[in-house]
Design a binder for this molecule. Structure first.
Ligand code: SF4
Length: 467
């Protein structure tokens, strides 16, 4: 298990990026951009003639399906995953492919093609299975700089050798720090704050109230725009598997149905949101990592449910709506930090339980908060959702984030809603704690064969014939 930690706040867990994978697309793009930026800062960029790129482990094994290699090319140009649009991705890659040239940090031209990348799928870095090494040299072949980066899940990257020991608290100077579920509950007991109020107070240590509220609303807006974009597309998803897009047809069908005379209406709406976000992700579109791209549909689907099918939502009004969005996301993020700091949200490290399981757990907690749950009921909801995702493997067919990923998000959202409802019918007392289930997820992931950890070497990836 990785010993890599990074600072975690709500805007670390929920970031805007492009699909299809936070660890295999967003992380590598950030790593390449960081390397190019460091060359620029040191002045070495002026002398750089070549950059050797070595890609290890899971990143090399499933790189083509995850867009890893093109993400690296884009990152070397200085592209930012939270800013670049899908249209810019296409045009920049077209230019690179046409010229065989990458402009390092947007300025220094070097010859660079995917065919030149050195792939080492069987070599696993001791700190994390997702690793890349960049080596810049001058025109005489003298090495100018070399650096390895680890893509540790959810779009987080860590420079190998960087001191991460200090980066273990939720938010710097947070007034109510917690690293475990037990500590979170103790802080809530001490202060009388709900989980979302406690998380809000921690976030306020590093930003104003207006910045926090604007940022949270922006996260929800991007989630909504992912849904709308997917609903506007038809045909099959890219990658060659021939997976049909369903969001547009489902949206049209739901529009024709009477919501008051169909008991399944809410379920189908939740399914639609989850599917739409993940279809958008699978097409390289813009989504919010929540906490990863592969699991990006669960939090928006359950938040959609909270905004439309809960007593709080029925009181109506923009203020209520914003309050639900903020409280939901803050609570979900509080739970996400526990997974990030005590286990992993990386499919390459612990399998899909770390991605879909963590997202389902976060969403369950968010919904329990909106349903009026106490901190113990919120913790219980998060625990139930993860307990029934334990052991979930990562076996994407063709290394593409499509099957089983897209439908799995809809199922993960349903589990989250059920977990929240079960927790609300209890009193918060329960046999298995969230900390115990997080530790179990971590240990199960450590025991899991590498075939089931984002390598596309086992499960559905080998038992379903690609054609
Ligand atoms: S199976 Fe799960 S962990 Fe693996 S790529 Fe799909 S969503 Fe991510």
């Amino acid at each position: 298990m990785s010993n890599v930690h990074a600072p975690v706040g709500v805007f670390d867990l929920f970031t805007v990026g492009i699909g299809p994978s936070s660890s295999h697309t967003v992380g590598p793009m950030k790593a390449a951009a960081a390397f190019a930026g460091a060359l620029e800062q040191s002045g070495a960029i002026e002398h750089t003639a070549t950059v050797r790129i070595e890609i290890f482990g899971s990143l090399a094994a499933t790189g083509p399906g995850h867009g890893t290699f093109t993400a690296v090319l884009l990152g070397l140009t200085g592209a930012r995953s939270d800013e670049i649009t899908p249209e810019e991705v296409t045009s920049r890659l077209d230019e690179i492919s046409r010229t065989g040239t990458v402009r390092l940090a947007g300025r220094q031209p070097i010859s660079c093609r995917v065919e030149d990348f050195v792939l080492k799928p069987l070599t696993v870095h001791p700190r994390h299975p997702n690793a890349l090494t960049f080596t810049a040299s001058d025109s005489r072949g003298h090495e100018l700089s070399t650096q390895t980066y680890l893509s540790i899940g959810g779009g987080f990257i860590v420079r190998d050798g960087a001191d991460t020991a200090a980066a273990t608290t939720p938010v710097p100077s947070a007034p109510h720090p917690f690293r475990t579920g037990a500590e979170l509950l103790a802080r809530c007991d001490d202060t009388g704050l709900s989980v979302s109020e406690l998380m809000r107070a921690n976030e306020r240590a590093s930003r104003t109230e207006a910045e926090l509220r604007d940022g949270l609303r922006h996260i929800w807006e991007v989630m909504e725009s992912s849904v709308h974009s997917a609903i506007g597309r038809t045909g099959v998803l890219p990658g060659g598997l021939g997976v049909r897009r369903r969001a547009a047809a489902w949206a049209a069908r739901l529009a024709d149905e009477d919501p008051h005379h169909d008991g399944e209406h809410w379920q189908q709406r939740v399914n639609l949101v989850a599917l739409a976000v993940n279809e958008e992700n699978a097409s390289g579109g813009r989504v919010v990592t929540a906490p990863t791209n592969g699991a990006a549909g669960i939090v928006p689907a359950v938040l959609y449910y909270a905004l439309h099918y809960t007593p709080a939502a029925r009181t109506g009004g923009t203020g209520i709506r914003d309050s639900i969005v903020e409280r939901f996301l803050l609570t979900a993020a509080a739970i996400g930090t526990l997974y990030k700091n005590n286990a992993s949200i990386s499919g390459a490290e612990v399998g899909c339980q770390g991605e879909v399981g963590s997202a389902s757990s976060m969403a369950a907690a968010g919904l329990a908060e909106i349903l009026g749950g106490t901190p113990r009921q919120v913790e219980n909801a998060a625990e139930i959702a993860m307990e029934h995702n334990l052991g979930l493997t990562c076996d994407p067919i063709g290394g593409l984030v499509q099957v089983p990923c897209i439908e799995r998000n809809a199922i993960g959202a349903s589990k989250a809603i059920n977990a929240a409802r079960m927790a609300l019918w209890g009193d918060g007392e329960h046999r298995v704690s969230l900390d115990q289930v997080i530790a179990t997820m971590r240990d199960t992931g450590a025991d899991m064969s590498h075939k089931y950890k984002e390598t596309a070497l086992g499960g559905l990836a080998v038992n379903v014939v690609e054609c």
